[in-house]
Design a binder for this molecule. Sequence first.
Ligand SMILES: [Zn+2]
Length: 243
Amino acid sequence: MDFDSMTFPLTVDISGVQYWIGDEGPYKLGMAATEFLAGDRDGELREELKELLRTFGFLLSPFVDGRAVAGKRFNLPEHTVGCTVSYGYRPISGGAYFVERYTVISLRDFLFAELGKGILYGNSPRQCRLCGRWYFHEKGNRTIYCDRVAPGETERTCREVGARAVFEKKIQDEDAWKIYKRAYKKYYARLMKGTMTQEEFKAWADEAAAERDKALRQLQRKKISETLTAEIFRELREKLNRK
Ligand SMILES: [Zn+2]
């Protein structure tokens, strides 16, 4: 979408989640705001859109960062969008779409209406959890990564790299749980045999659960080397089995 060549007032025909700008389209609601944020334009409008997304994007939860919204945001004057709306038909072959015809008078008004309506539909710009760039999130899409080539990669996309990382973390979590379960069985058998008292077992179990959770928290860290991972497992094994 070429924002620089747009002339105002601009006529936008919206039908459900899709829309047309003059003869061009159909686009999906949320796409223009995404392209705007993904571009390199700086300035007030960019910040305003991000603010709008942060404030009202919680409707898209859990698809946006679960950041708390400061109460004072809701006390700000509402964003007004300068536009007029009429209803009309947009002919297509064999029929016509019934459309809401927005006439907007500035880029800001267009983007505010486009993002606002997008949010209501569940579409929005989203920031890739891996590279931080903006991409178009469509309602129902659960991905948290974009499909551009990932940083430091030549072919693999953020989605591929991200999915792999999530998978690896899951395996690591399972390994930590395995160490814990194995040790639990061992000490529980001692309790059954009477070589460990109820109190001793309880003390062990409390400490073991805390150590397990600590290890799981460490494994959740974003970047973690193989050496460190091995060290976490070694330490957990040792702490759980030292009695
Ligand atoms: Zn990305």
